[in-house]
Design a binder for this molecule. Structure first.
Ligand code: PLP
Length: 417
């Protein structure tokens, strides 16, 4: 048996070799080869990740941290090895700074309820930005409602970049937490996160970065960033759904009360008093997604095997190619043109509804997202109800972009635009 979660490393030579690692790319949709450009919603999985989940259930399935028997030990070892791998991937100082959660959404809710809620008082402020995903808005609105704290929003400019001057002005002595995306899912803007963290820390405010998009497109080093919390989802970085990560500095996790109670998060329980487990298990009540965690580790091995710099350079080339091609289409308006940008092409085409564009593209074999991308305030900021969003991954090619452009030509024929 191969060790859990290990298979051949990806071939670093070129995208055709990477594509061969993703079985789903061989699918046909509506009689055409699949062109998958909806990676901002979720990424496809390499065979090694699919194999890792499968191998876990075939050879190692047991509950973790419990059994004395061999399978349980094997499962526990693989689960904790995945945690260590994730810590290395984002350069956390210690594996116990990695809390397994369901995804970015759960990670942010955990911070809102366990870190923010106990200390927030009326008049305290939480600072977010105008380019956030609903997952980095609603949990803060909820905790503000629960505590009387106030939600402040840093505006963005017409390119979709953060208004850095406004950020500095909105940071005050009342700011208790800054929660900002690393890479905006509806716009592609990359935020100047080092500056954001430094300015917040100068005011004594910790920073949570929503890394749901960034994790698959940019090298992430939480120690270099010096962020206090970093959240991401496995499924957006070639791993499974239902598993995600909250990174937090150990001292913060130590000081935070547990969020959910149950098994695994305790050291001892009597009816009089329960002693909580050490971090990170204090935050992992109940049986976790063991297979998912292990397979996420495999996904990060896959990314490491190619190299994030190599992936980022490949995607930057595609982004430039696609931006030029889209801008040459009459009536097409790109939404999100920040100078620092990655992997997201959001646009509207004349007054054709985004869903109609998406449907015609689908019949062309091209999968994109059409809608508000869980970022309705971004749509309002740009005065559109919805956009079409093509989003890139390591396995996309110029041919994929050409298929998108060809499909948009078909849209213009149908709608006479
Ligand atoms: C996808 C996404 C989320 C939510 O991730 P889930 O996996 O649905 O929890 C949050 N923020 C951003 C920027 C995203 O792209």
């Amino acid at each position: 048996m191969k060790p859990i979660g290990q298979m051949q490393a990806p071939d670093p030579r070129n995208v055709e070799h990477w594509r061969a690692d993703f079985p789903i790319l061989g699918e046909r949709v509506h009689g055409r080869p699949l062109v998958y450009l909806d990676n901002g919603a979720t990424t496809q999985k390499p065979a090694s990740v699919i194999y890792a989940e499968n191998a876990y259930y075939r050879h190692s399935n047991a509950n973790v941290h419990r059994g004395v028997h061999l399978l349980s030990q094997r499962a526990t070892e693989a689960f904790e090895a995945a945690r260590a791998k994730i810590a290395r991937f984002i350069n956390a100082q210690r594996p116990d700074e990695i809390v397994f959660v369901r995804g970015t959404t759960e990670a942010i809710n955990l911070v809102a309820q366990s870190f923010a809620r106990p200390q927030l008082k009326p008049g305290d402020e939480i600072l977010i930005s105008a380019m956030e995903h609903h997952s980095n808005i609603v949990p803060w609105q909820m905790v503000c409602e629960q505590t009387g704290a106030v939600l402040k929003v840093v505006p963005i400019d017409d390119t979709g970049a953060l208004d850095a001057g406004a950020y500095e002005r909105l940071l005050t002595d009342h700011t208790r937490l800054v929660a900002i995306t690393h890479l905006a899912n509806a716009l592609g803007s990359i935020n100047p996160v080092e500056l954001i963290v430094a300015a917040a820390h100068a005011k004594g405010a910790p920073v949570l970065l929503d890394g749901a998009q960034a994790i698959s497109h940019l090298p992430v080093d939480v120690r270099a960033l010096d962020c206090d919390f970093y959240a991401f989802s496995g499924h957006k970085v070639y791993g499974p759904t239902g598993i995600g990560v909250l990174y937090a500095k150990a001292a913060l996790l130590e000081a935070m009360p547990p969020w959910q109670g149950g098994g695994d998060m305790i050291h001892s329980v009597t009816f009089e008093k329960t002693e909580y487990n050490a971090i990170p298990w204090k935050f992992e009540a109940g049986t976790p997604n063991i297979a998912g965690a292990i397979a996420l580790g495999t996904a990060l091995d896959y990314v490491d095997g190619i190299g994030m710099e190599v992936i980022a350079a490949h995607e930057a080339g595609l982004l430039a190619y696609a931006t030029d091609a889209l801008q040459a289409i009459p009536g097409l308006r790109l939404i999100g043109t920040a100078r620092d940008k990655a992997s997201i092409l959001s646009f509207v085409l004349d007054d054709v509804h985004a869903h109609d564009v998406g449907t015609i593209l689908d019949h062309h074999g091209v999968a994109v997202r059409a809608g508000h991308h869980c970022a309705m305030p971004v749509m309002q900021r740009f005065g559109v109800p919805a956009t079409v969003r093509a989003s890139l991954a390591l396995y996309n090619t110029r041919e994929d972009i050409d298929a998108l452009i060809e499909g948009l030509g078909r849209v213009r024929e149908v709608f006479g635009s």
